[in-house]
Design a binder for this molecule. Structure first.
Ligand code: ATP
Ligand code: MG
Length: 392
């Protein structure tokens, strides 16, 4: 058992000593069997939320309506969810009501894929009611039960399928893929924020070309914001991408650059995807340099404007799209810039005003010009030289 499970054993033992069942479930069981590092330990139990709260000193109601209570034990939080069955879905996104049940089988049955429907006892014994172990061994993603029903119940599962295909480098079995094709249009009913999370995980995964190929084949792409106009670009990406992007910023920069979007066009595109303003600004900046890198080596001013944080993103994106990888030289060029940031300029607005420059918009423009002169090596970054230039 991995350390995370060892540390959580007393929690399961406490629940069981009170007469209930408790298991490790979900991604942590799957990843442990695959020999991968696990991030969070999820527990499923037959105890009701109030029963769990009675057993532990410190708990937090993180999702009590859905049966989830966080147990705090020695500084670690364990999401503990009561077994539940999800009965009726009328809007293709979430169950109208959550029904708590006492049966592990009922709880595992409502999970999305067989590899995610494994449970593990406190002693390490695996409960495998849907042949998830065989699917793990064969690298197969298979819906639990009737795939048609499962995607009809919850359309987000289709995006989860392509995300896991990428993260795990697994195949979605034909019957499950066919059901995605049949239900792809239901993705339009899902909140964009939730689709965004899965899309991002697909791109940063180990084998994004695999997830992306299914995303294209099944038609899921057509029901994503602003993708309809870019079929060829998306299709091309599914062959160009040989490994995952290093960050979500890189993913959106890749898409914006591949689609040939200007800074002005990036704003509505990312707003439709519900991206944060900070992401929009970063993508505009990195995409601009990426487009330069696709045709030529950037000059000092272009590099300075992109900055040390986003230049590697621009380089990553340009090299995915076929430009030479300039990582080393760009780092050296950045380090060699006279200043890295406006605030390193040797003269401030105050200095210029003391030398007689009037406050107002022209002061800002003058400071901008000084910044350009220094970055491009035409003026030394010395206060006297900058003031002399400004007042000449
Ligand atoms: P990750 O490693 O990304 O956390 P995960 O498999 O743990 O992957 P979570 O979103 O954390 O994914 O969900 C935990 C578990 O809950 C899943 O393994 C699965 O059993 C179940 N689950 C999550 N979302 C759904 C869904 N939409 N439909 C059915 N079961 C789901
Ligand atoms: Mg998880």
């Amino acid at each position: 058992l991995p350390n995370e499970f060892e540390a959580a054993r007393p929690v399961l033992q406490t629940i069981e000593a009170a007469g209930y069942e408790a298991y490790f479930v979900g991604g942590s069981v799957r990843d442990t069997i695959l020999g991968k590092a696990i991030h969070d330990v999820d527990i499923a139990t037959s105890a009701y939320p109030n029963e769990i709260k009675g057993l532990f000193k410190r708990t937090v109601d993180t999702g009590i309506d859905h049966g989830t209570v966080m147990i705090l034990d020695h500084g670690t939080g364990y999401e503990t969810t009561t077994f539940r069955s999800e009965s009726t879905y009328t809007d293709f996104r979430r169950p109208d009501q959550v029904t708590f049940v006492r049966s592990l089988q009922e709880d595992l049955k409502r999970r999305d894929f067989t590899i995610n429907a494994l449970a593990m006892r406190e002693d390490g014994e695996v409960i495998d009611l849907f042949d998830g172990l065989t699917d793990l061994e064969n690298h197969h993603i298979r819906a639990v039960g009737d795939p048609q029903e499962r995607f009809h119940e919850d359309a987000l599962r289709m995006m989860r399928a392509v995300r896991f295909a990428s993260q795990l480098d697994f195949d979605i079995i034909p019957e499950t893929e066919a059901a995605i094709t049949d239900h792809a249009q239901l993705l339009a009913k899902i909140a964009v924020e939730r689709t965004q999370v899965e899309l991002q995980k697909m791109f940063t995964g180990k084998a994004p070309q695999r997830g992306l190929a299914v995303f294209m084949r099944t038609g899921l792409w057509q029901y994503c914001p602003d993708f309809a106009a870019h079929e060829n670009d998306l299709q091309a990406l599914s062959t160009q991408l040989q490994r995952g992007t290093s960050s979500d910023t890189a993913t959106w920069t890749l898409l914006a650059t591949k689609f040939g979007l200007t800074a002005t066009a990036i704003t509505p595109f990312l707003k439709h995807w519900k991206a944060a303003n900070q992401m929009i600004t970063a993508v505009q900046t990195a995409s601009r340099l990426a487009q330069t890198l696709l045709t030529t080596a950037p000059n000092a001013w272009q590099l300075y404007q992109c900055g040390a944080d986003l230049t590697p993103v621009a380089n990553e994106v340009a090299s995915i799209l076929g430009a030479p990888d300039r990582a080393t030289e760009l780092t050296q060029q950045l380090q060699a810039l006279p200043i890295q940031h406006k605030k390193e300029l040797a003269a401030t607005g105050k200095d210029l005003m003391q030398a007689g420059v009037q406050p107002g918009p022209q002061l800002g423009a003058l400071l901008g010009d000084l910044e350009y002169q220094v970055v491009t090596g035409q003026l030394p970054n010395e206060q006297a030289a900058l003031v002399a230039y400004a007042t000449a």
